[in-house]
Design a protein around this ligand. Sequence first.
Ligand code: GLA
Length: 423
Amino acid sequence: MARPALLQRRVSLLSLSLLCLVPWVQSNGNGLALTPPMGWMAWERFRCDTDCKDDLENCISEKLFMDMADRLSEDGWRELGYEYVIIDDCWMSRTRDKNGTLQPDPDRFPSGIKRLADYVHNRGLKLGIYADMGTGTCMNFPGTTLDKIKLDAQTFASWEVDYLKFDGCNSNALEQLLGYPLMSKALNATGRPMVYSCSWPVYIGSLPPEVNYTLLGDICHLWRNYYDIQDSWDSVQFIMDWFFNNQDYIQPAAGPGKWNDPDMLIIGNFGLSLDQSRTQMALWSIMAAPLIMSNDLRSLDNAARAILQNKVALSINQDPLGIQGRRLFKEKTKIEVYWRPLVDGASALVFLSRRSDMPYLYHTSLEKLFFEKGNYEVYDVFQSSKLKPLKSTEQFTVSINPSGVVMLHLKPVRSESGHRTLL
Ligand code: GLA
């Protein structure tokens, strides 16, 4: 995916001169994704398993998506906001049909995508699909070249799809510069509201000047900034470090209808401990990240379920102000502090330990964390317990497990007149 720097620079000069030619369209003015999208996506957990003969339960087939729709609607996920069931790569037939239209693999999706969409809609959920701006998808199924953009958008709309993940394998920077805005326009032109997820930044270096985050916010509802997540703590750390190391570039780009996407939640799979799973949930909530799980909802254990269904963590993630949080400190002791402002003067704090010895006692006060003077109600998100009210000047201590977090929700205490109570 990485491109040589020189090529990137040349392309970005070229992009400048082409900017005026491209028909920019607002796609996120359509009231979709006003909070980060939530749901389930096949890729990280089920990849490109097409072996339905020997692995019927896990292969990419309509059954897998129907199973997940059943779980989302019957196990309490939908009510919490997890509403998108998203097909990733490897759903297509190896060839387009005689009219040039994309078609699903006939053996693995015998009922067709429209019927699958009906199944999902009947359960109060929404269906997402995957396509790729280029000559082939990342797994070499048919791609969407520039001349096919309009047709593919219309096909997805005719199937009543609600969300498109538009990947960028097998295309060059110029094709992407033209193709991503064109797809936005084509989706809008169908008249069907569809969330548009762009993988564009991953393919052009992730950061300005190559990536124009203002433009992304105008045409996409969410975008993949960086590398694919894998089922490991190393991968989670690699991704979150990139996002917070580059927060000055990417944090201002996010807001209602436009989100940075650090990739799927892998909680419930094989790679994360309980503490590390809480860490992913906490930091994805601080980042206002889309909460798209990629796990097996049919066999999720209760601990993973409790983390993914934690109502306070979800309310932090889904806060209506939609302000992405930031890292405040990295201490020499390997403790890091993260903060996100929330509606009505509330906020969330996360204390993360990057240590590998034992629980660490971290002493601080809200004043040291730049909180306004006053009294605060404090709720410990993963202990599900209300703590005693805290004065901003008061010292307090949190005990943070190795590779784990303490996540707090804080609300200013107001007097009856509505003013903050001061000390
Ligand atoms: C890329 C994307 C992944 C997934 C695969 C599918 O790597 O970044 O999220 O969609 O392609 O092939």
